[in-house]
Design a protein around this ligand. Structure first.
Ligand code: C2E
Ligand code: MG
Ligand code: MG
Length: 245
């Protein structure tokens, strides 16, 4: 298994401010297997905790290398419901940060609404401990779970990532646009920074910018990239945005 990295763009400056680490599995017979298929299987096995530990270790090692090269990025890592039930999860994340010499603000953990709601009490304790350690938290796939807004309001998260199913339909019509506009303003009212996932066209990026969405991620900017391609992309993108605006 290996990681690829997808850039995250600040819509007001056009700069790359972060990267999301995404797992890839190249099976000798099946070819490249999508994490949508194998991650849920691992999550329901005893290996869920080891999977996250592996991703965290590799992703933070890479974040440190990019930082040494002058690219200070926030690294986003997806975590599973099982991690929120690990009593020592937050202290093991802190230990991994220390091992790689990274400040906690350099890491953002992405948790889905459904992972939080599986055992809300226990998840809440873990999230509080992570937030107390200055680790940033993002609610992933926002809008697809059945979480209660009253509950989300009390989650110590910093970021809401609007699910791509809403973003992809943005061009379609007034109703779709109102929905996303409301999600952004609601999230802002609750004090969250808002990231749109699955931005595939310049038109959608422009619409989101007009709606005051803070950041975006998607094929329009870059697909998930191998380490070498990401480094090249970063250099070119930095030059591009300097020559641009
Ligand atoms: P996610 O965390 O919501 O990740 C975003 C997914 O959207 C990624 O799919 C990414 O490749 C894809 N994507 C990004 N931009 C676009 C776009 O413009 N259009 C479209 N159609 N798709 C876009 P990917 O890499 O296949 O991962 C799928 C899911 O698998 C992730 O959704 C996440 O839930 C899970 N996953 C991936 N890596 C990990 C991991 O290391 N740990 C855990 N626990 N889950 C992971
Ligand atoms: Mg994610
Ligand atoms: Mg997502």
């Amino acid at each position: 298994m290996r990681l690829v990295f997808q850039p995250r763009i600040d819509l007001s400056t056009g700069r790359c401010v972060g990267a999301e680490a995404l797992l890839r599995w190249d099976h000798p017979a099946l070819g490249s297997v999508s994490p949508g298929e194998f991650v849920p299987v691992i999550e329901h096995s005893p290996h869920a905790q080891a999977m996250t530990a592996f991703v965290l270790d590799r992703a933070l090692a890479q974040a440190h290398r990019w930082q040494e090269d002058g690219h200070g990025l926030v690294m986003s890592v997806n975590v599973s419901a099982a991690n929120l039930h690990e009593a020592a999860f937050s202290s093991s994340v802190e230990a991994t940060l220390r091992r790689h010499g990274l400040a906690p603000e350099r890491l953002e953990l992405e948790v889905t609404e459904s992972a939080i709601m599986q055992d809300a009490e226990q998840a809440r304790r873990q999230l509080d401990a992570l937030a107390a350690a200055d680790i940033r938290l993002a609610i992933d796939d926002f809008g697809t779970g059945y979480s209660s807004l009253a509950y989300l309001q009390n989650i110590p998260a910093h970021v809401v990532k609007i699910d791509q199913s809403f973003v992809r339909n943005l061009g379609n019509g007034e109703r779709e646009q109102s929905l996303v506009r409301s999600m952004i303003s609601l999230s802002h009212d609750l004090g969250y920074r808002v990231v749109a996932e699955g931005v595939e066209t310049a038109a959608v990026a422009d619409q989101l910018t007009a709606m005051a969405c803070d950041e975006a991620q998607g094929y329009h900017f870059a697909r998930p990239l191998e380490i070498g391609s990401f480094t090249t992309w970063l250099r070119e993108h930095k030059q591009g945005s300097q020559h641009g605006a």
